[in-house]
Design a protein around this ligand. Sequence first.
Ligand code: PGA
Length: 248
Amino acid sequence: MKKRLISANWKMHKTIGETEEFLRIFLKSVSLKDDREVLICPPFTSLQTASQILKNSEVRLGAQNCHWEKKGAFTGEISPVMLKDLGCDYVIIGHSERRHIFGEEDEVINRKLISALEEGLRPILCVGEKIEDREAGMTEKVVETQLRLGLSRLEDHIDSIDIAYEPVWAIGTGVPATPEDAVNVHRFINEVLDRLNPSRKRETRVLYGGSVKPENAGEFMKREEIEGLLVGGASLDPESFAKIVESF
Ligand code: PGA
């Protein structure tokens, strides 16, 4: 049985002091069970502190992005080697804010995935359609393209990657997808992954993200197709994130 994955994506929030305070309260309030993995993805500047605090706990550490090269003249960038060195196990790749604010394209996302895997990080590849795609009936087309291009040359490594389905219109808006809508896209994602690699072991978890809160997390997690959550805003408060972790 795969462990489900409940992840916090803090985006550009929390100083080192705020990170320490969050983790102190969170580790005290949360009760962790064997059937789920809990992941915190703080900003780069808090990784070292979080890594120290989490090293004797079951909570895993991840980054929100990385560069595709191991080192070099790339001012302002962070490589997967550096993330591994800090104690990260995971890295989020291709988040919609990276795609739509910073112009990251599928080809770059693919290079980042390759590099992260080479360093032994487990990537979480984010996919999802914009509202205009959904209204035009293009959700499956957009998601399939993001998967095919993102996973190009990685077909044999699909089991080492998790996918987060995050409809862009649901991120940070307070308007989540319905569990039914999410389930339909999650099934479709699994079909595409099966086509890309019919002999995969189905170790990939397909997470849902977009306006997840303590009040709705349980509804998503009731559905077997939803194998985890990627939580932004509601992961910034330790008690709220603990409730989400314990919502199923
Ligand atoms: P949200 O963000 O929970 O604030 O909608 C989710 C995400 O962007 O990963």
